[in-house]
Design a protein around this ligand. Structure first.
Ligand code: PLP
Length: 380
């Protein structure tokens, strides 16, 4: 096969919407209204409509979104924030930066998301927030998490950087958009995310008017009236060019999700028949928008990864080291063995190319290489 394989094909995606995107960018540039232009408000409004969130505050990136969400809760140094150790570092980084104490709860071996059956035991008098991570494109068990959080009067911030466009259906039949269920939701528009811009970007969701006002204030130097600062804030903005690009791409987000789901179904069909490989589990109540397509291997993951690298097949290991065993976070006193499910997953997972431009030919090629690599890895 003579085609390039990418982990994420942003060039192919752009080619299909080039005229619309180019025009949107040109409009911003010609207006010279680079910061706080009307595109930002327009996009926030459209994203609120799309997700069902009452309020959307765009900001600089997904990490800022998490930090600002925590800042809006008025926590004190030493307050505890629960999250899981199987996620991108940003989730725990902002907890540490604000001098809060990260408390980890292990994940489910199948969905790889926060194990709600272990949540209650981690809650103390100091617990002020829980950050479930909607990993790889699915929504964590929000029904159980909200129930536990509400009983203990703890805030929930959904880290929805990977699952924008997914929905969650409660046992009473109510369906809500990912990121709109907790007290606050956050997302990232990093280029490779499901709704990616052409630079950095992020957003914060809430249904609570008071939190909305506070979040808005924090994003803008704690300033409502110009040069009067009521709060210590940050400078975190989505710029007009990114908002204009995102507003174009938002129209296609459902279509993009469908393309990813179709690609996932083709991978599933291939790999259900391959021994030693587990296809992605589907979380109860959630749709899956496949930010990543992540297989679990019983063994030989590193050998397979080396083989694929040699063969030029892109793939990713998300994540190779659990957060509780990262050098920067060891001083909290975590030890190997503390979160065994996460530790095992870090040795088993491998993510395959997943994007909106995949087709059968590309995937067959990837699958065959992977199966061949698996055989050689297992017989080593
Ligand atoms: C990407 C990501 C973030 C951070 O987003 P940035 O925009 O890169 O700052 C946070 N949490 C998770 C789970 C992510 O995947």
């Amino acid at each position: 096969m003579n085609r390039q394989i990418d982990m994420v094909d942003l060039k192919g995606q752009y080619a299909k919407i080039k005229s619309e995107v180019d025009q949107a960018i040109a409009e911003v540039v010609e207006s010279a209204y680079f910061i706080k232009g009307p595109w930002v408000k327009e996009f926030a409004c459209n994203l609120a409509g799309y997700t069902g969130a009452k309020y959307v505050v765009p900001c600089g990136n997904g990490t800022d979104a998490l930090q600002i969400a925590l800042m809006a809760l008025d926590l004190k140094p030493g307050d505890e924030v629960i999250t899981c150790p199987f996620t991108f570092v940003a989730t725990v980084e902002v907890i540490a930066l604000l001098q809060l104490k990260p408390v980890f709860v292990d994940v489910h071996a199948d969905t790889m998301m926060l194990d709600e059956t272990k949540l209650e035991a981690a809650i103390t008098d100091k617990t002020k927030a829980i950050i479930p991570v909607h990993l790889f494109g699915q929504v964590a068990n929000m029904e159980a998490i909200m129930d536990i959080a509400n009983r203990h009067d703890v805030a929930v911030i959904e880290d929805n950087a990977q699952a924008i466009g997914a929905t969650y259906t409660f046992s009473d039949g109510t369906t809500k958009g990912a990121g709109t269920i907790g007290h606050i939701g956050t997302t990232s528009f990093f280029p490779s995310k499901n709704l990616g811009c052409y630079g950095d970007g992020g957003a914060i969701f809430t249904n609570d008017e008071k939190l909305f006002k506070r979040i808005n204030l924090i994003c803008n130097h704690g300033m409502e009236k110009r040069y009067y600062h009521d709060d210590i804030g940050v400078n975190s903005r989505l710029d007009s060019i990114q908002a204009a690009v995102l507003d174009v791409k938002l129209k296609y987000l459902d279509e993009y999700g469908k393309a990813r789901q179709e690609a996932a179904a083709r991978y599933d069909e291939y790999f259900t028949k391959v021994e030693g490989v587990t296809i992605p589990a589907r979380a109860k109540g959630s749709t899956h928008v496949f930010h990543q397509y992540t297989l679990k291997l019983e063994n030989g993951r590193d050998e397979l990864s080396a083989y694929l690298k040699e063969q030029g097949i892109p793939h990713g290991i998300y994540y190779p080291v659990p957060l509780h065993l990262q050098k920067a976070y060891m001083h909290y006193g975590f030890q190997k063995g503390d979160f065994p499910v996460t530790e095992k997953l870090c040795e088993q997972v491998i993510s395959l190319p997943m994007h909106t431009e995949l087709d059968e030919e590309l995937q067959n090629f990837i699958c065959q290489k992977l199966e061949r690599g698996l055989h050689s890895a297992l017989t080593l």
